[in-house]
Design a protein around this ligand. Structure first.
Ligand SMILES: Cc1cc2nc3c(=O)[nH]c(=O)nc-3n(C[C@H](O)[C@H](O)[C@H](O)COP(=O)(O)OP(=O)(O)OC[C@H]3O[C@@H](n4cnc5c(N)ncnc54)[C@H](O)[C@@H]3O)c2cc1C
Length: 388
C-alpha cells in the first residue's frame, strides 16, 4: 500500500518511487493519477504549492472529458460551463459564430490543477514541493536533484515541466537557446454577460485573445501577443486600451469588465518551436514535448493525452520483462508523432494566417461559410475523445 505524503523540501521518508514525475501541471497530475490507479508507486515533484493561477485560456476540449471521468473527476459536482460555440472576430470587429463539433468546458487552472492534485493525493501519489535542478541518467535509472540538494532515485522519469523551465537550460534543449517573441497575459473578470456556451477568439494588432466563462460564472480573458507590439505601450492597462481595444468587440468587453485579480498574470518567452519528446531517456509529455498554438484551444487536452500515452508505455515496461527501455521509448515516440505532429504543424499554419489581417479576414469569411472546411481544420487540430 502506498502511503500519502505531502512534503515541503523534506525527503527522507519518501521511498524511491517506481516513477518520478517532474512537474505537477496537467500532464504530470493526470499521468500520476493514471499510474497510481494502475497500482504504481508515483512521486510528483512540483515547484509551486496548489492552488495557483496559470496563464491559460482555460477552455478544455471535450476530447479528454471521458478520460478525466475515468480518473475520478465528477463533472456533475463541479458546475462548469459547457461550451459548444466558437466566436471569431477580426481586428475590425467583423465576427462570426461556428458550432464546435465536440465542444468543451471552462475551468480555471486554479481549480483544475488543485482538483486533480486532491484526487492524486487520495490515490496515494506522493508530492514533494521543490524545484528539480538536474536529472541524471546512469546504470539504467535516474537520480533527480532538487534545489534543497536532496536526491530521489527512480527507474523512470517523466518530464512534465511545462513550456519553459530551468531544466530546459540544464538539459541544454535546443529551443531554449532561441528568443521567442510571444508573451501571455491573463486575468479573470466578473461576469459581464458573456454567454456561458461561447468561447471567443478575437484578433487585434500583434496578437489575439480568448474569452470564455469558467466556474462561478467568472470570465477568463487571456491574450497571446508579440512582444514588439506590447513594448510600445508603458503597461498592460495602456496596451489593453490602445492596442487590444482596436478590436471593437474587445473594446466593449474591456470597458465593462471588472477584474478579479489585483493585476493580470504574465509570462514571456513562450516558444512554439519543435522539441524532442525524449531527452537523455526522460520521456517528455505536455508542453515539455511541444506546445500547440493556443488559438487551437487544445494544449491542455494534448498535454493530458500525451501523459496517457507515456503511462501506457511505462506500464508495459514495468510489467513486461521482454519490453525494454528502448522499446518503451520507441513506442512512445511513435504514438506521440502519430497523435500530435500534424496538429502542431497545423497550429503553426493557423497562427501565421491569423497574424495577417487581410488573410485572416478572407480566411475567416471562407471558414465561416464552409462547414466541410471548418470540420477539416478542427479534425487536423483536435483528436477524437480518449478513454482509459
Ligand atoms: C496564452 C496561452 C493560452 C492558452 N490557452 C489554452 C486554452 O484555452 N486551452 C487549452 O487547452 N490550452 C491552452 N493553452 C495551453 C495550455 O496552457 C498548456 O498546453 C498546458 O498548460 C500544458 O500543461 P503541462 O502539464 O504540459 O504544463 P504546465 O501546466 O505548465 O505544468 C508544468 C508544471 O511544471 C512545474 N515545473 C516547472 N519546472 C519545474 C521544476 N524544475 N521542478 C518542479 N516543477 C517544475 C511548473 O510549476 C508547472 O506546475 C494556452 C497556452 C498559452 C500560453
Amino acid at each position: 500500500m502506498v502511503g500519502i505524503f505531502v512534503l515541503k523540501n523534506y525527503l527522507h521518508t519518501v521511498n524511491d518511487p517506481e516513477i518520478l514525475i517532474v512537474g505537477g501541471g496537467l500532464a504530470g497530475l493526470t499521468a500520476a493519477l493514471d499510474l497510481a490507479t494502475k497500482g504504481k508507486q508515483v512521486c510528483v515533484v512540483e515547484k509551486n504549492e496548489y492552488p495557483n493561477h496559470k496563464v491559460c485560456g482555460e477552455y478544455v476540449s471535450n476530447e479528454v472529458k471521458p478520460y478525466l471521468e475515468d480518473l475520478g473527476m465528477e463533472f456533475s459536482n463541479l458546475s462548469l460551463p459547457e461550451i459548444d460555440t466558437l466566436q471569431l472576430s477580426t481586428q475590425t470587429g467583423k465576427s462570426s459564430e461556428i458550432r464546435l463539433p465536440l465542444g468543451g468546458f471552462g475551468i480555471s487552472r486554479y481549480m483544475f490543477d488543485n482538483h486533480l492534485y486532491k484526487l492524486a493525493i487520495k490515490k496515494g501519489v506522493t508530492f514533494v514541493f521543490d524545484t528539480v535542478t538536474n536529472i541524471h541518467y546512469f546504470n539504467d535509472g535516474f537520480s533527480v536533484t532538487l534545489s534543497s540538494k536532496k536526491n530521489i532515485k527512480s527507474p523512470i522519469v517523466l518530464g512534465t515541466f511545462g513550456k519553459r523551465s530551468n531544466l530546459d537550460m540544464t538539459l541544454k534543449r535546443k529551443f531554449i537557446q532561441q528568443k521567442s517573441p510571444w508573451l501571455g497575459i491573463k486575468c479573470h473578470y466578473k461576469n459581464t454577460g458573456h454567454p456561458s456556451n461561447v468561447v471567443g477568439l478575437h484578433n487585434f494588432p500583434g496578437g489575439y485573445s480568448g474569452l470564455s466563462q469558467i466556474e462561478r460564472q467568472s470570465i477568463n480573458f487571456c491574450c497571446l501577443v508579440r512582444y514588439e507590439s506590447f513594448k510600445k505601450e508603458k503597461d498592460i492597462d495602456s496596451y489593453f486600451k490602445n492596442v487590444v481595444s482596436q478590436n471593437p468587440f474587445l473594446k466593449d468587453f474591456l470597458i465593462n469588465a471588472v477584474p478579479e485579480f489585483d493585476k493580470p498574470l504574465t509570462i514571456a518567452q513562450i516558444s512554439f518551436e519543435p522539441k524532442k519528446n525524449i531527452e537523455n531517456h526522460v520521456m517528455m509529455c505536455g508542453d515539455t514535448a511541444g506546445l500547440i498554438h493556443p488559438l487551437c484551444g487544445n494544449g491542455m487536452a494534448m498535454a493530458i493525452h500525451s501523459g496517457k500515452l507515456a503511462v501506457e508505455q511505462v506500464v508495459n515496461f514495468l510489467e513486461n520483462p521482454n519490453f525494454t527501455r528502448k522499446d518503451m521509448e520507441k513506442e512512445y515516440q511513435l504514438s506521440w508523432k502519430k497523435n500530435f505532429r500534424q496538429r502542431l504543424w497545423m497550429g503553426r499554419q493557423l497562427q501565421t494566417l491569423m497574424m495577417h489581417t487581410k488573410w485572416f479576414n478572407f480566411g475567416m469569411a471562407t471558414v465561416a461559410s464552409s462547414k466541410p472546411l471548418l470540420g477539416s481544420i478542427i479534425r487536423k487540430t483536435h483528436g477524437a475523445p480518449i478513454v482509459n
